[in-house]
Design a protein around this ligand. Structure first.
Ligand code: SDX
Length: 396
């Protein structure tokens, strides 16, 4: 027992920890946040209610919701100096490169929330991270398109605030499209938390050294960027767009054959999962959200969505994928929804990071609040040289 990971000698590669936040049954395709099925949370709650649930262990009542919304809303502004820091980046820098830098830089501003031994510091830094992530991402986007930063507005919902900071401008009033707001809020809920995925494990391992929460979450942002993890939504949409450009449904047999030929190195992005060996429940909800949004926006004939559905059908009937239990994961449809509501492709993974911040901070708090936690120190199976003597240089 190393305090964070428990190694079963028989399974050296299986590192695990105990947690009361999320339950996943990979074989059944079940996902529960604090005991509530994701299917119910996605349609009955808004994102901040789910944040309250994941952080505090239960859904808020009306007063608790009002208090929590007020607390988060009143921490959405960021120190003005961060604009100067941001302007040091190239305008065409990938938003995840910028976000990794900005989140880490929060450590340099919020000195009254760095001491992890103090509960009040842990609480306020958690709220600050959830509250400021939308502002930072919107700033990175505005900087990349050469538009002025839009400050948060406290009379808007969390998600409407983000949309206005992203797509509003000082010249005219921004009107929030409720279909877009609801769809984005659901995307946040579906990405909020997912047990010990790579980026959450990164946050736990980084945080276990006692570093400050902003540094630990910045490590999670960096890990999520990878195409095998949060970067898959961007990669999945690019895969579908290339397929469409090459001929769409007619090209599917050739594309699937290439995926099945491992030497091609081509992966079916948005498919497969380390844990789900059944349909990722989030993918089903994402597909439904996609259909609803496209219909509401008059885009029901969107060729990319039709191609994605056709590709899913082909894969789910193909022995190669069925035998390997490869099903769509959360990333397969999320790019199509985000594209339909106007989110630039380069920001898809940043949106994932925005949503997953609550999962990261909740898991970090759960670990740090355990008086018996120790620094994570995974061991290895040594496969190198046996001990040997150093020969003199002229004798080597
Ligand atoms: C996320 O962990 C989480 O919870 C992550 C996440 C979260 O919410 O935090 O759910 C978010 O990261 C979802 C995953 C997003 N990534 C992708 O969509 C990228 C494409 N998927 C693959 O890279 C892959 O499926 C992984 C990385 C997700 C899982 O890889 P594994 O562990 O190799 O999958 P596996 O053991 O189930 O693979 C079984 C077989 C292998 O072939 P064989 O050696 O048996 O012949 O299926 C193959 C794999 O090579 N395979 C794929 C494939 N995924 C697995 N072949 C083609 N396309 C794929 N997508």
């Amino acid at each position: 027992q190393t305090g964070m990971f428990t190694f079963d000698p028989g399974f050296m590669s299986t590192a695990s920890c105990s947690s009361s936040i999320t339950y996943i049954d990979g074989d059944k395709g079940e996902l529960l946040y604090r005991g509530y099925p994701i299917e119910q949370l996605a349609v009955k709650c808004d994102f901040l209610e789910v944040c309250h649930l994941i952080m505090k262990g239960d859904l808020p009542d009306e007063k608790e919701k009002a208090d929590f919304d007020h607390l988060v809303t009143h921490h959405t502004m960021v120190n003005e100096q961060l604009q100067t820091f941001l302007k040091g980046f190239r305008r065409d820098a990938h938003p995840m490169a910028v976000l990794t830098g900005l989140v880490g830089a929060l450590s340099a501003f919020y000195h009254d929330s760095l001491d992890i031994t103090k509960k009040e510091h842990r609480d306020i830094s958690s709220i600050r991270l959830i509250a400021k992530m939308p502002t930072l991402i919107a700033m990175a986007y505005k900087y990349s398109v050469g538009q002025p930063f839009i400050y948060p507005q406290n009379n808007l919902s969390y998600t409407a605030n983000f949309l206005r900071m992203m797509f509003g401008n000082p010249c005219e009033e921004y009107v929030v499209n409720e279909v877009v707001e609801r769809a984005l809020d659901r995307i946040f809920i579906l990405h909020a938390e997912h047990e010990q995925n790579a980026s959450t494990s990164t946050v736990r391992l980084c945080g276990s050294s006692g570093t400050n929460p902003f540094a630990a979450i910045a490590a999670g942002v960096a890990c999520l960027w990878g195409p095998a993890h949060g970067g898959a939504n961007e990669a999945a949409l690019q895969m579908l767009e290339e397929l469409l450009a090459q001929g769409g449904v007619d090209k599917l047999p050739e594309f699937v054959a290439k995926v099945k030929d491992k030497s091609s190195g081509v992966k079916l992005m948005g498919f497969g999962h380390r844990v789900y060996k059944n349909y990722d429940p989030r993918a089903k909800l994402m597909q439904e959200t996609c259909r609803e949004v496209l219909e509401a926006l008059g885009l029901q004939d969107d060729p990319l969505f039709k191609l994605a559905m056709a590709l899913e059908k082909v894969a789910l009937e193909d022995e190669y994928f069925v035998s390997r239990k490869l099903y769509p994961n959360v990333d397969f449809y999320s790019g199509i929804v985000q594209r339909a509501i106007g989110i630039p492709t380069s920001l898809f993974t940043a949106i994932f990071a925005l949503a997953r911040t609550v999962g990261w901070v909740a898991q970090w708090n759960e670990m740090i609040s355990d008086p018996d936690y120790k620094i994570g120190r995974p061991r290895q199976l040594y496969t190198g040289e046996t001990a040997r003597d150093v020969a003199d240089l002229n004798a080597r």
